[in-house]
Ligand binder design. Structure first.
Ligand code: BT5
Length: 252
């Protein structure tokens, strides 16, 4: 008989256990789907959404064979080295406010990870988790069948040689005081749950969220180069993230 992670060989990377995750089912979280190896947690969550699953499903994979980034890019992570999680929500605020959800999850994730690991996790616009400019995690949000799916990948015990780019990092590499995935995952879901509740109560008004996002966003104040949809590019200083979530660049 096999169960998720039963054949693991790396003692630094124990599997998550279904029984420990049951306590995550509170607030908006209604069910947890823990898988050993799948293509992409976002795809499994999307399939459930299309099948009519209720709001609050969390899909977690120990390994992904087709982890996706944005714009057709890949997300790569060795089995159990990180957290690869998708949250499926059917928000009550109007759909015009739904694009705020990835920012909400990014803020909650940075807050939860910093609280648990003492690593100063910040955001790079739009939704990368970074430590001193190095990429620790990323988010991929999609709207499927009246549901928002926010997927997040976080490097936890990933070693330098396992990372796909020199400017990527993991909590272990940044000297985290804790690298147990279970408490990190529970803290992440708790923070997202609390912030989601507040945002829903505010009918999707992003004011509180935007203030927290601005505090955590290291892109503001930096020189940036932005590629525009028409193929051109602009350079300048990023001065703000506005109330639509757009990065404001001073090109003077
Ligand atoms: C992202 O895309 O950063 C979003 C990543 C979302 C992954 C999660 S895992 C759970 C859920 N299920 C999925 O299938 N996806 C989500 P983007 O900004 O496009 O960045 C992708 C780029 O980051 C790649 O082209 C690589 O250069 C780099 N990259 C890939 N894996 C990485 C890793 N583990 N750590 C840091 N950088 C990585």
């Amino acid at each position: 008989m096999t169960s998720p992670g039963s054949a693991y060989t790396d003692l630094d990377r124990p599997p998550l256990r279904r029984v420990d995750l049951e306590r995550a089912c509170q607030g908006p979280w209604t069910s947890i789907d823990l898988r050993d190896e799948i293509g992409s947690t976002n795809d499994v969550a999307a399939e459930s959404a299309r099948g009519g699953a209720g709001s609050g499903l969390v899909v977690i994979a120990e390994a992904q064979t087709g982890g996706r980034g944005r714009l057709g890019r890949q997300w790569l992570s060795p089995p159990r080295a990180g957290l690869t999680v998708s949250m499926m929500l059917r928000p009550t605020p109007p759909p015009a406010q739904w694009p705020w959800l990835p920012a909400l999850v990014a803020v909650a994730a940075a807050t939860a990870l910093t609280e648990r690991t003492e690593v100063d996790v910040r955001l790079k616009w739009p939704n990368d988790l970074v430590v001193d400019g190095r990429k620790l995690g990323g988010l991929l949000a999609e709207i499927v069948a009246d549901a928002v799916i926010v997927g997040i990948g976080i490097n936890v015990s990933t070693r330098r040689a396992e990372l796909p780019r020199p400017d990527a990092t993991s909590l272990a590499l940044e000297g985290a005081t804790a690298t147990d995935r279970l408490p990190l995952l529970l803290a992440l879901l708790r923070h997202v749950g609390t912030d989601y509740h507040a945002w829903s109560e505010a009918a999707g008004d992003p004011a509180t969220l935007l203030a927290a996002y601005r505090r955590l966003c290291t892109t503001i104040g930096r020189r940036v180069r932005a590629e525009l949809p028409d193929g051109s590019a602009v350079e300048g200083e990023a001065v703000d993230v506005d109330s639509r979530g757009h990065l404001v660049i001073d090109v003077e």
